[in-house]
Design a protein around this ligand. Structure first.
Ligand SMILES: [Zn+2]
Length: 94
């Protein structure tokens, strides 16, 4: 005996399921785009040769280089950002 596969079973949910629930659009922006938020300034770890110390310097506003000062002697370091290259994330200066 074979079961009837094409029986008229209700597939669509009743309308009361949709009409009674409002979509909360305030929690999620339309389009699924993430809310833009301030990104932290990128930085690199750097070895200051002048004082044999390790620190970090932050990227400048133009995004052309990382610039900072030695935490001990205050010597200014400047590491240009190379586009398309630079496999190392570790630098040394001083
Ligand atoms: Zn130093």
């Amino acid at each position: 005996m074979t079961k009837a596969t094409n029986s008229s079973s209700p597939i669509n949910p009743p309308d009361s399921n949709q009409s009674g629930r409002n979509f909360d659009a305030s929690s999620e922006p339309s389009g699924g785009q993430p809310v833009p938020q301030r990104q932290p300034r990128p930085f690199i770890g750097i070895q200051f040769k002048c004082c044999q110390t390790y620190g970090r310097i932050y990227r400048n506003h133009e995004a052309t280089a990382y610039a900072g000062n030695c935490p001990r002697c205050g010597k200014r370091v400047y590491v240009p950002i190379r586009h398309g290259g630079g496999s190392s994330r570790f630098f040394s200066a001083g």
